[in-house]
Design a protein around this ligand. Sequence first.
Ligand code: 5AD
Ligand code: SF4
Length: 443
Amino acid sequence: MKKVHIKSYGCQMNVYDSQRMGDLLAPLGYEAAGEPEDADLIILNTCHIREKAAEKVYSELGKLRRLKEERRGNDRAPVIAVAGCVAQAEGEEIVRRQKAVDLVFGPQTYHRLPQLLKAHAISGKPVVETEFPAEDKFEHLAKAMPKRGVTAFLTVQEGCDKFCTFCVVPYTRGSEFSRPVAQIEAEARALVEAGVREVTLLGQNVNAYHGAGPDGENWPLARLITHLSRIDGMERLRFTTSHPRDMSDDLIAAHAETSKLMPYLHLPIQAGSDRILKDMNRGHSAEDYLKLIARIRKARPDIALSGDFIVGFPGESEADFEATLAIVRAARYASAFSFKYSPRPGTPAAEMAAQVPDEVKSDRLARLQALLGTQQQAFNQACLGREMPILLEKPGRHPGQMVGRSPYLQSVYIDAGTHGIGDMVNVTIDAVGSNSLSAHIQA
Ligand code: 5AD
Ligand code: SF4
């Protein structure tokens, strides 16, 4: 048996891609290695979204080079591969900068991994493959679905045509593409067969989904969700990430009508100032966003709202930043991610004058995160004493304890008694910690 170690950075789509790479390698005799030291093949599935994410890759590669040199003597030098969005963006530059790298391939070419490994074994030279192929990579992924956990990701849409001025995604993942319904359904059924109970449908712009349906029409996401919710054994569905401009009425209605669709919505606004939103090319105002979430809450009053924020976008004044704090106060988030603006080569915002100094960004990020932290705590506190179904995912810290997910994506610790992984149990929430809840099973 050969061993592969895959390390995933960045978004959930990368987690999905890493899993699929593992599936592709299994028929070639590779099993998973917990540590890079034990592996014959090491893959870094990288993220290019912010500068820090890309830098991490080069520092990790420095460590892997030393590992490779140490093991060269005993003939077990590992093959080192860089996959994902840094690979897509930097291509040949990676093998120039780090000689230990053997393979470089982007998010649209990883289905060719077996051929790339072969080409490298024959030539002994680095192989770089970052073209966007015309074929559908999903058609070429491994059909066999090894055993999965209770929850899984399923990519249904990739790429983005929105061109927010700060973002590399349209360049690394390419233009928007939706997988056909039948292909997604087959994968969802295979996941359920492999033990999965909760599926999160993924896309950079997932609510723009418009895949070909079996009836020849393009299906919107709401219709796909209703369709998948009818699969026996599929207990819960989620989707992420959504753009406010594509939040259609039928998708809002699905949150009221489809009981298997969980009450959680990741709907980034990025900033609260209309001037900044315009410079970001978001295509919506702060007021549009507030009106939209009012409609969503009307359909599903208990929805857990989540979002992403960028502080220190070029030209952001103190007043602009305060508009971000104001939108957060008005929208009330259950959880959120927030970042300092990071200029990305080739994106329009990187060229804008009036870049904001790092100290200002750090100060604003701390203030925003303090507010978001208070909101998260308030959302969790409001769950105290409430009853809700929990899907058990894995063992907890103590004997007999298990961890599951609430409908709102919170981690919940429970004394599970005779219940096991994959069970859905009704609980009452007893206590609220900083990052998790605890509960007891209802008699
Ligand atoms: N700098 C900082 N944050 C960014 N994001 C995307 N591009 C950048 C950038 N250049 C954030 C956005 C997006 C999330 C995935 O990452 O908030 O929603
Ligand atoms: Fe990072 Fe974006 Fe690539 Fe995901 S798609 S890995 S967030 S750059």
